[in-house]
Design a protein around this ligand. Structure first.
Ligand SMILES: [Zn+2]
Length: 214
């Protein structure tokens, strides 16, 4: 596929996805945590208490250990939106949407420090939203800035030396080849396929539970 066509198709998919995304805050459970709006759009209501508690802990961790950063995050993000856009722990920021988006699985364990780092990372994308990043090298520079901010945040927390080291290793391993249009497109498709496969498995499991109980 030509580069231009690739970009047009990617833009169309992004527009369609954004149209759906814009509805999510309207139909989600909203809660303000220390002035930050959070929205939980969960498909499994059994997960609600765990996700809410982990998200609260992540937000409060930033507020307690890095108050100036927390104030910037509260200004730069429209809010934090949690929904199952990936089966894996993942975060993203879409400039025209303005939310830090966290996949539900990010908040299902007990690692709220990682969730806090993801919020710091995506809030840096929000802060740099006016920086032009259409080319791989520009995207790489933005990504480096976001990970550098994660490291600066982790350095304010006690007992985080191994996490700081892993983030520094990640920073060194970043490669412009992973930020080309083609690489981002391949990543998007693999995420979409994984999310679709998880949804299909969930429906099949529900159907088999219903048929055994009939
Ligand atoms: Zn990033």
């Amino acid at each position: 596929m030509s580069r231009l066509l690739n970009r047009i198709v990617a833009n169309m998919r992004a527009e369609a996805m954004l149209a759906v995304l814009r509805l999510l805050p309207l139909v989600s459970r909203r809660r303000d945590v220390l002035g930050v709006r959070t929205y939980l759009a969960l498909t499994d209501t059994n997960q609600f208490a765990t996700v809410r508690n982990q998200l609260d802990l992540a937000i409060r961790l930033i507020a307690q250990f890095d108050p100036p950063r927390f104030a910037r995050i509260a200004r730069d993000l429209k809010g934090i939106l949690v929904y199952p856009f990936s089966p894996r722990p993942r975060a993203q920021y879409i400039r025209s949407f303005g939310y830090c988006e966290l996949s539900t699985s990010t908040l299902l364990g007990d690692d709220f420090v990682s969730a806090a780092c993801m919020i710091v990372h995506e809030a840096t994308h929000a802060r740099l939203r006016r920086v032009r990043a259409h080319e791989a090298e520009q995207r790489l520079r933005v990504e480096r800035a976001c990970i550098a901010q994660e490291i600066a945040f982790l350095e304010r927390l006690p007992h985080m030396s191994s996490r700081v080291e892993s983030a520094q290793d990640m920073l060194k391993s970043l490669n412009a080849e992973d930020y080309t249009d083609a690489a981002l497109w391949a990543d998007y498709l693999s995420e979409w396929r994984a999310a679709a496969a998880t949804a299909t498995r969930r429906v099949a499991a529900r159907d088999s539970r219903q048929s055994t109980s009939e």
